[in-house]
Design a protein around this ligand. Structure first.
Ligand code: KG4
Ligand code: ZN
Length: 370
């Protein structure tokens, strides 16, 4: 490690993944990830067909300490996983800061991460960096694990060039964001109702595909595509031709419901063709707006982040239609994880922006980016 390198322990607990990571960087190169442990609650919530907030908080409480210990262990900072708290404290004292997701998210879940981070910061006299979850997603492409998939790939060795146009797509959020420089964000448009991931999840539930719906829809759609099977119905492409950069996905979900009720989609035989049509409808709108925003704002780089960025069809369509350098997080970095929170924290730490004392942090379920 070079002298100016900073090392940070990051904690993410905003939704249903308990995650801890150790990352390092100097603010000039891509952030290095030494560990990125994710304790997923997917199985716990699958039974309810969605995320159950009280249960999420309880699971975070159970998993957060072992997850942090494992992250320190994998980063070679903690020898004995069964060791005493003093060893954890000694490991943290070697770090420059602790970063934690401040919000937005489920308040019960956020409070656990924030209180554990504050306690560790208090015990070890370590500075703390509260990070916006969305800033974390945006910085997921500032890590060594992200990749540049189009354009002059030689540029991909360094940091993505500003301005960066992002399509941010997750279970709770869909927007187009222009990042002109570090910590400078302009939201160009957002969903007026359901998020893209929510649309995937809700359609999946109606088709009997379970939770989380995105990966299940994607798999079923891929099967239909390989067999060259198409749906006989056409779902709406909401707001496709509107000049603004907002999205709307609730009509699409309703259209699927009506098609099932009218027998235009009969289950289970039409599952994969319906999944294909839903995936193609959602992706068509996302990509069309992204393309239009690149024409208007002329960014130097383009990126897709958030859980839905894991979607293969979306990735392939963006790569086919946009010829600027495109940066994509790996699948692990696309869904919620602590390394992306740590990546944002490295840049904040070296630029001395937002470094706090343990007393001054507070979880905020409705934290905004701008
Ligand atoms: O960013 P994320 O992990 O959590 C939130 O902050 O919401 O995103 C989760 C969302 C879920 O709606 C899930 O269905 C969706 O991302 N997702 C996908 C895929 N993998 C995850 N959607 C479409 N295709 C995928 N392969
Ligand atoms: Zn997220």
């Amino acid at each position: 490690m070079i002298a100016t390198n900073k090392t940070i322990l990051a904690i993410e607990s905003s939704c249903d993944e308990t995650s801890a990571a150790v990352v390092s960087g100097d603010g000039n190169l891509l952030v290095k990830i030494h560990s990125n442990i994710i304790a997923s609650q997917v199985k716990v919530h699958a039974e309810f067909g969605g995320i159950f907030p009280d249960l999420a908080a309880r699971e975070h409480l159970k998993k957060i300490i072992p997850t942090i210990a494992l992250a320190l262990h994998q980063a070679n900072l903690l020898d004995d996983l069964q060791g005493k708290g003093m060893q954890v404290q000694r490991a943290i004292k070697k770090l420059d800061a602790i970063a934690v997701t401040q919000g937005p998210g489920l308040i019960g879940s956020l409070l656990i991460g924030n209180n554990v981070a504050a306690t560790l910061a208090y015990l070890t006299k370590t500075p703390i960096l509260p990070i916006n979850h969305w800033e974390g997603h945006l910085y997921s492409i500032f890590t060594e694990n992200s990749k540049q998939v189009t354009g002059n790939k030689a540029q991909g060795i360094g940091l993505p060039k500003f301005p960066i146009l992002y399509l941010t797509v997750s279970g709770g959020h869909t927007s187009l964001i222009l990042m002109r420089g570090h910590f400078q964000y302009e939201v160009l448009g957002r969903t007026v109702d359901d998020a893209a991931g929510e649309a995937f999840d809700k359609v999946a539930r109606m088709l009997g595909l379970g939770f989380p719906g995105g990966p299940a829809i994607s798999q079923a759609a891929q099967a239909a595509r390989s067999a060259d099977h198409k749906s006989s119905i056409q779902l709406p492409r909401p707001k496709l031709n509107d000049p603004d950069f907002n999205f709307s996905f609730s009509g699409l979900k309703t259209a699927v419901l009506y098609a099932i009720q009218k027998g235009e989609i009969s289950l289970p035989q039409d599952v994969s063709t319906a999944a294909r049509e839903a995936e193609e409808a959602i992706v068509e709108v996302l990509v069309a707006k992204l393309v239009r925003a690149t024409e208007k704002y002329q960014p130097a780089s383009v990126s897709i982040v958030g859980g839905v960025a894991a979607n293969h069809w979306l990735r392939s369509q963006v790569q086919a239609k946009i010829h600027l350098p495109i940066y994509l997080p790996t699948f692990k970095l696309a869904t919620d994880n602590a390394a992306m929170i740590g990546a944002a924290a490295i840049f904040r730490y070296v630029k001395k922006q937002g470094i706090k004392n343990w007393r001054d942090i507070a979880a905020n379920a409705n934290l905004r980016l701008e």
